[in-house]
Ligand binder design. Structure first.
Ligand SMILES: [Zn+2]
Length: 256
């Protein structure tokens, strides 16, 4: 009895400190990420996430957003639309300025891409981006170095252990993501979320365009996205996972 009370008190004290360190097992983190800032991500994706009370990280290529002058035309969102994500509690991350293959650029070109995007996001949203996802998931040692001189977190596109990141000792230079595209069923992703909860893993999902009809490559059916959100929300309600932005996940993992 006394031991039980003591254990309870110690757990309570531990919970006041780092939640990640206090409870490394049996609970997972989930991050939802959108790349490229397409209009479908606002019209369909953001609305769906809001319906389920969930947030994520939006990676913006700033030249596309700067050129998106019309509010309702074109494939890319303009800044007033991107700010709706910010206002809904999403993190706005950088996806470079012109969306090039960074490894094919000179060092000064890489720096210009990163610096320009960071300055524009800071000016347009009021907050400097801390997370960076290289276009096409294309990177090497040189580009990662430049990115991490200016951002805290370097987020991969493919690879990286299928988006299953360790909750202890996660590497800020290679945060892995699992792409969720047309051929991936919501049941499979729900299973991945359950596994992340069971294994105490930080699962990061990557989405591109949302469509209402049959999805093609780099697209996902919005009805299936809603099924994933319902699954995530249910597991969060059961205290099995927490759904957080990339930056907030790193904060929880003691890497801010
Ligand atoms: Zn992209």
């Amino acid at each position: 009895m006394r031991l039980g009370l003591l254990a309870g008190a110690m757990a309570a004290v531990a919970a006041l400190g780092s939640p990640a360190l206090a409870e490394p097992q049996g609970k997972g983190l989930l991050s939802i990420t959108f790349d490229d800032a397409s209009r479908s991500q606002r019209d369909l994706g953001l609305r769906a996430a809001q319906d389920y009370g969930l947030v994520g990280t939006l990676f913006v290529a700033t030249s596309f957003a700067e050129e998106a002058t019309s509010e309702e035309d074109g494939w890319y969102m303009g800044w007033s639309e991107i700010r709706k994500f910010r206002d809904a509690g999403w993190e706005i991350g950088s996806h470079s300025h012109t969306h090039p293959h960074l490894t094919q650029l000179t060092d000064s070109q890489v720096v210009a891409e990163i610096d320009t995007a960071k300055a524009i996001i800071t000016a347009r949203t009021g907050t400097a981006p801390v997370s960076f996802a290289p276009p096409f998931g294309d990177f090497n040692e040189r580009t990662v170095k430049r990115v991490l001189e200016r951002h805290r977190f370097h987020v991969l596109a493919w690879g990286g252990n299928h988006g299953r990141n360790p909750m202890q000792g996660v590497d800020a230079s290679q945060i892995g993501r699992l792409e969720v595209s047309h051929q991936v069923s919501p049941a499979k992703i729900c299973g991945e979320i359950a596994k992340a909860a069971r294994d105490g893993v930080w699962l990061v999902l990557m989405f591109h365009e949302f469509v209402s009809q049959t999805p093609g490559e780099y697209q996902y059916a919005i009805a299936d996205f809603r099924r994933i959100l319902a699954c995530a929300r249910r597991m969060q309600g059961q205290d099995l996972i927490r759904v957080v932005t990339v930056a907030d996940a790193m904060k929880l993992l003691g890497k801010n």
